[in-house]
Design a protein around this ligand. Structure first.
Ligand SMILES: Cc1cc2nc3c(=O)[nH]c(=O)nc-3n(C[C@H](O)[C@H](O)[C@H](O)COP(=O)(O)OP(=O)(O)OC[C@H]3O[C@@H](n4cnc5c(N)ncnc54)[C@H](O)[C@@H]3O)c2cc1C
Length: 474
């Protein structure tokens, strides 16, 4: 393995001769922390270039002098991909100043944006053009398009529109030797050789710096219909989803599972947040329909509710009667991660399973955790995608610190069960540094070999985000 060098005064001076002085930014805590407060990054220098050529110059110099680079977007990643926890002081490359919307082509349903644009700003630009950029997640005000691409972000609308990969037509990327790949294609079909775009999407900064992207827009639904229904459990939720798909087809843009524990956490940590039911149910689903012109969403939701009631799947339900009420329903779902953070988790798992295996997983994992300790489970997630956030908390009035020693056995239990049920230990958050060991343990050996070979070929010195995304790089 090649030994990397820390950023030195000499290297800083060299950089200053080749990139404008305003690229140098002060190091702030946000460059070194992750949203859950579990990791602390190595201090280094922060560079925020304004153009792809400046990014290229920085990367080329880092490659020549074997200095590690850590790309950082909004810093909302949940697996420490943007936090280098050990090794030589790196260049922390912030995309904050590259946030222009370069082009919006409504006739093609296409937008070309720079990597530092926040997801929210891209949603808003699409909205102004009467279109929709459908990627949506709770961190959308802060996370950036480059980070969304580097993690292949998913969120609540995958059921209808797919994940970030499905929304990207082309990329502009600075490769680890400083070369610029001009891949901002607007083509929907391009079968000319290996698909570099799909290789870079989800590579978590380990194969290059994404500087811009061509993204696919969609027609804006003419309206939305939203319901919250209380249900008996995940098995009932799956049956309800099946019937909802029969009734509404692709109009279903989100189908979210919520466990009552999450609502209890909201009551405990955010007493001012309006909760929809007088008494928190054990389980609920949040269903969102994006409607075509002429479609009556309330009728569809009412029919779904009546079917659910008759079939014994649904106990109670609310259909949003105004935009304000719809926002209230979504506020409940979107604040659960923050409530989890405030309560303090012993372990967090972002897993995916074949849809039919979800009830078995929840039942077995919850029971087996109780055999280790009387912990609380808060399970919620994007049910339609088979993606659960399965998070484990200390008993009421206790702190997670007392349970640090059992975290490895909880992780093992959850991941082993996920593997037995043919699922994945990482559904949407990626590998980062938090899940490298899991990748090593559960990853297919041939896949690990190929990942290693690709990394070696593109980044033989290992300067790009060392320690992230794959074993054996730090
Ligand atoms: C409250 C909350 C809710 C969330 N909900 C979801 C959800 O529903 N679905 C989901 O998928 N994720 C979710 N996340 C995780 C996170 O928001 C996503 O992973 C997001 O895509 C990260 O974007 P970012 O700009 O913050 O990237 P960062 O956190 O800055 O970086 C993430 C990774 O991408 C790399 N990177 C960043 N920018 C670039 C670039 N330009 N070029 C190359 N590499 C780069 C970094 O090195 C790092 O490895 C949530 C996070 C929070 C805090």
């Amino acid at each position: 393995m090649i030994t990397l060098n820390p950023v030195s005064d000499q290297f800083r001076k060299l950089l200053a001769t080749q990139v404008p002085e305003d690229c140098f930014r002060p190091l702030s805590p946000s460059h070194l922390e992750d949203p859950r407060g579990n990791y602390v990054g190595m201090k280094g220098i922060v560079l925020a270039p304004r153009t792809v050529d400046e990014v290229s110059t920085i990367v080329r110099l880092c490659a020549e002098h074997l200095v590690p680079i850590v790309p950082i977007g909004g810093g909302t990643g949940l697996v420490a991909g943007h936090i280098m926890t050990n090794g030589p002081a790196p260049v922390i490359l912030s995309l904050d100043r590259m946030k222009a919307i370069r082009e919006l082509l409504p006739q093609e349903d296409v937008i070309v944006v720079e990597a530092g644009a926040t997801l929210f700003s891209v949603q808003e630009a699409a909205k102004e053009a009467g279109l929709l950029f459908p990627l949506s997640l709770a961190a959308e005000g802060t996370c950036q398009i480059g980070g969304n691409l580097a993690t292949n972000a998913r969120g609540v609308n995958v059921l209808r529109y797919g994940n970030m990969r499905d929304l990207c037509l082309g990329l502009e990327v600075v490769l680890p030797d400083g070369q610029i790949w001009h891949g901002l294609s607007r083509l929907r079909k391009d079968n000319s050789g290996f698909d570099l775009r799909n290789l870079l999407i989800g590579s978590e900064g380990a194969l290059g710096i994404i500087t811009a992207a061509t993204l696919r827009l969609h027609p804006r639904p003419s309206g939305y219909a939203t319901a919250l229904m209380t249900i008996g459990g995940s098995s009932a939720a799956l049956k309800l989803l099946k019937y909802a798909q029969k009734l509404a087809g692709s109009a279903i843009s989100a189908f979210e599972l919520i466990q009552g524990v999450g609502l209890d956490f909201l009551s405990e940590t955010m007493p001012d947040l309006r909760l929809p039911f007088d008494k928190n149910p054990e389980w609920a689903v949040l269903i969102d329909l994006g409607l075509h012109k002429g479609q009556n969403g309330d009728d569809i939701l009412l029919e779904l509710f009546e079917f659910g009631l008759e079939a014994g799947l649904v106990n109670d339900g609310l259909i949003a009667q105004s935009e304000g009420q719809r926002t209230d329903f979504w506020n409940v779902r979107e604040h659960i991660p923050e409530a989890n953070r405030l309560i303090g988790a012993v372990a967090n798992h972002d897993i995916s399973l074949p849809l039919g295996k979800i009830p078995e997983f929840i039942e077995l994992a919850s029971a087996r955790i109780q055999e280790i300790a009387p912990l609380r489970v808060n399970c919620f997630g994007h049910l339609g995608d088979g993606n659960l956030h399965f998070n484990i908390f200390p008993p009421r009035a206790e702190t997670p610190d007392a349970y640090v020693s059992i975290k490895p056995s909880v992780d093992l239990l959850v991941c082993d069960l996920v593997k037995d049920l043919n699922g994945s230990f990482s559904a949407e958050h990626g590998i980062g540094r938090a899940k490298v060991e899991m990748l090593q343990k559960y990853g297919d050996p041939a896949k690990l070999f190929a990942i290693d070979a690709i990394k070696q070929a593109l980044d033989p010195s290992g300067i790009m985000n060392p320690g992230a995304d794959l074993p054996n790089t730090q």
